[in-house]
Structures are given as C-alpha cells and as structure tokens.
Design a protein around this ligand. Structure first.
Ligand SMILES: Cc1cc2nc3c(=O)[nH]c(=O)nc-3n(C[C@H](O)[C@H](O)[C@H](O)COP(=O)(O)OP(=O)(O)OC[C@H]3O[C@@H](n4cnc5c(N)ncnc54)[C@H](O)[C@@H]3O)c2cc1C
Length: 393
C-alpha cells in the first residue's frame, strides 16, 4: 500500500472523520483548522446534545441539485457504521425515537472522542491555521495558511458552509473550491425561519402551536411537515418550518413565488371544523368568535384567527406570502455549495482537480432536521478519507 500524505482542511465533523479514516487506511495526515479548537459547530449541534444520526433513512432526507449523489457514500458508510464507529471510540449511544445521541447528552463528548482518536492515531492537528490558498502542482498540492506552507499528495477540503454565526463558518470552502476550477451553486440559508408578508406579526410573536406547514412554489406544493410551529415577529419558525425552509430558500433564489400554508387544526377537515364551531355558536350565540375558539389554540392565536374574514378557513389554511428567510447566521445549514456533478459520488474525488477530495457541507448536499446533516458529514468524510489514502496518485 502507498503511504500517501494527506492534508485535511477543516477539523469539523466531516474533516475529523476523513482524517481518522485516511490514517486508518495508511496515509500520513495533517489536519488544518482555522479555529483554536476542532469541532466548534459540532459542539453546538442538537442544542448542545448532538443528534448525530437517525435510524430512519429515506432518500428524500438528503437534498441536492443532483439528488442521486448522496446515496453511494451513505450506503458505503451507513447509520449502523456510524453508530459502531462512535461506540468503538467510547460513545455510549442512545436512541430517542430513532434520533441518536451520545448518552451524556453532550456534544462535547463527541468532540472529545474524535480528538482522542486523532491523537492516538498521531494525526498532526494544527489549529489556528486558516488556509488561504491551495495550489495543484505536478507532485501534489501546496496548501498556504496565514503563516505556513504545507505540501501533500492529496487534499481533502472539509471547510463546511457559511451557515450559523459560529466562528469558522464562512465562504472559504467555496472560494478554495472555485479557485481549483469548481462551480459553486450559490448557497442559501436552510433549516431556518421564514420571513413573511401579510399581517402584523407582533400580535402572535412567541406563540408555539402544533400545525402542518405546507410550502407552495408557483402554486404547486413543494414540501409539507408537521410539528410545533413557532410564530414570530417576522413570520414562522420551529422544526417543521426549518424542514421545509430550504425549498422556499432555493425558490426565492430563483425568483419564484413562495407561499406557506399553516393548518392549525389538522385533526378536523374544514367541514368538520365548521360543524364543530357551528355547534359552539348555537350554544353560545352571544359570544364573540375569539371566545368560540377558546381552548383550541393559545389565546393570542385565537385573537389573530378571530379577526380573519372566514376564521374556520383561516384555521385550516392560514396563508402567508414568503418574502425571505432568516439570514445565514440564523441558519443551521446551507442549501447549495460545490456542484456535485464535478465530484465522484463514491470516492468524493473532484472530477476537475484530481487528488482533491471534498466532503461535508461544502458540497451541495443538505439534510433535513434530525441528524441527517451529520450523517452526511460522517459518510462523505469516511469516503473521502478512505479513497484519499488508497487511490493511486
Ligand atoms: C446550531 C446548529 C445545530 C445543528 N444541529 C445539528 C444536529 O443536531 N444534527 C445534525 O445532523 N446536524 C446539525 N447541524 C448541522 C451540522 O452541524 C453540520 O451540517 C456539520 O457540522 C457539517 O460538517 P462539516 O464538517 O461539513 O463542517 P463544520 O463542522 O462546520 O467544519 C468545518 C470546519 O472547517 C474550518 N474551516 C473553515 N474554513 C477554514 C479555512 N480556511 N482553513 C482552515 N479551517 C477552516 C471551520 O473552522 C470548521 O471547524 C447543526 C448546525 C448548527 C449551526
């Protein structure tokens, strides 16, 4: 077996996985990280608890302009492989309705387990090393940081995306990929709240309620999700909104018309709801509409719905025009990134710059809520690490 030298750029989830796998497959690995610690974003995942994967896997949990792309890496390094990998590193995993966490419920444990493994494999981890340039030359690559130059046979670009306000989240990964000939699909915020036009939202800000959220793009349903919606001063947020937000975000980038429909009472059809409210009306003919809605929704939502021309219809299809999303600093991931049509789906090697591998969120792959973005980081990182170590130059 050839002993390649590999530089991994970015000690996030996918970069640490790639560095471990490349070393296990025989490469000499240097891991360069711009921050002073590895895994900053990983430490914030799952509200600090790290929902690191999910037992329920469906192709539509992963989204890309090239929808078939994620499958090969996800089936080469599966959820079961992920659980076995972390168990082997000392993480006792727990299953919460399919959502997997470390039993400590601390994302820091995941960072510790990964960094201890990097240390025991003697990976050279260099922090405060922000990469500014990658140059392909005859014998491999030169990687320039702010203070040093590194050389290696292979490079793995795992610099993540510009989602979130966490230090280290930026556009470097896209810029470095672009400088080596890649096309980058303009990233937009995903897993985030939706800004809407249509009413004064101050009256409902702070309300949390169960609802079905449907996104329509140019009049056609694009995505639907149910769960606890948070009504905010700018529009709507909460897990189901996060899950559908990337469709709205991508459509807005393409200047399409985006609407969101909220069904605040999915248990009843519109005729059933009308009948139910009619019975209340017969019983309490003097009461205002707001009082007839009492007990169905939080009071402030009752006030908003009662002002609508047809309250029953508004309960079932409360319609909002989406004008934008929350910005990148409030997004958990980005939709967009390096165009995967320029990347081999099995090895993660670039098709336009041989010897360069890409993994994680820098690629145009985003997952829905529930551990899917980290599963993508683990699977794509494992593929990049293994192939960078094994493939001939
Ligand atoms: C608040 C929040 C909660 C989340 N919760 C979950 C969750 O529970 N489950 C889930 O599956 N996903 C979750 N995600 C998404 C998940 O964290 C990311 O998809 C995942 O971390 C992406 O991994 P990555 O390796 O591609 O990027 P990152 O983990 O962001 O790592 C990239 C690394 O590259 C470094 N870097 C960048 N540029 C340079 C440079 N020029 N030189 C050197 N280093 C550089 C960065 O500092 C960073 O350490 C969450 C995200 C956020 C923001």
């Amino acid at each position: 077996m050839d002993n390649h030298t590999v530089i991994v750029i970015g000690a996030g989830a996918s970069g640490m996985m790639a560095a471990i796998q490349a070393t296990r497959y025989g490469a000499g690995v240097t891991l360069l990280e711009g921050n002073d610690h590895p895994g900053r974003k990983l430490g914030a995942t799952g509200n600090g608890r790290c929902n690191f994967t999910n037992l329920v896997q469906r192709p539509d949990c992963y989204r890309s302009s090239d929808p078939g792309f994620p499958a090969a890496a996800l089936s080469a390094f599966t959820v079961q492989d992920t659980i076995a990998f972390f168990t082997d590193l000392g993480i006792y995993t727990v299953n919460k309705d399919g959502y997997m966490y470390p039993r400590s419920m601390q994302a820091q444990s995941m960072i510790q387990a990964l960094t201890m493994e990097l240390a025991s494999l003697r990976v050279k981890v260099k922090t405060r090393e922000k990469v500014t340039q990658i140059t392909r030359n005859e014998n491999g690559f030169t990687v320039q940081t702010q203070g040093w130059q590194y050389h290696a046979d292979k490079v793995i670009l795992a610099a993540g995306s510009n989602a979130s306000a966490i230090q280290g989240s930026g556009r470097d990964g896209y810029d470095l990929a672009r400088s080596l000939g890649h096309h980058v699909i303009e990233p937009v915020p995903a897993l985030t709240g939706l800004r809407c036009r249509g009413m004064s939202f101050a009256s409902w800000a702070g309300v949390r309620t169960q609802a079905v959220v449907t996104v329509q793009i140019d009049g056609r349903e694009a995505a639907r999700e149910s769960g606890e919606v948070q009504l905010t001063e700018y529009g709507v947020s909460g897990i189901p909104v996060f899950c559908v937000s990337r469709f709205a975000s991508v459509a807005l980038r393409e200047k399409k018309n985006v609407q969101v429909y909220l069904d605040f009472f999915p248990d009843l059809t519109l005729p059933q709801l009308r009948c139910f409210l009619e019975k209340r009306r017969e019983k309490w003919p003097q009461r205002p509409v707001r009082d007839l809605l009492t007990g169905l929704f939080p009071d402030r939502l009752c006030q908003v719905l009662a002002k609508e021309k047809d309250p029953a219809k508004s309960v079932k299809t409360f319609t909002l025009e989406v004008t934008g999303t929350q910005d990148f600093s409030h997004a958990q991931v980005c939709a967009g990134g390096v165009d995967t049509r320029q990347v081999d789906p099995e090895s993660m090697e670039s098709l336009v710059c041989s010897g360069l591998y890409l993994c994680g969120e820098v690629l145009d792959v985003d997952g829905t809520c529930g551990g899917y973005n980290l599963q993508w980081a683990w699977s794509s990182g494992a593929a990049a690490g293994k192939h960078a170590a094994l493939c001939p130059q």
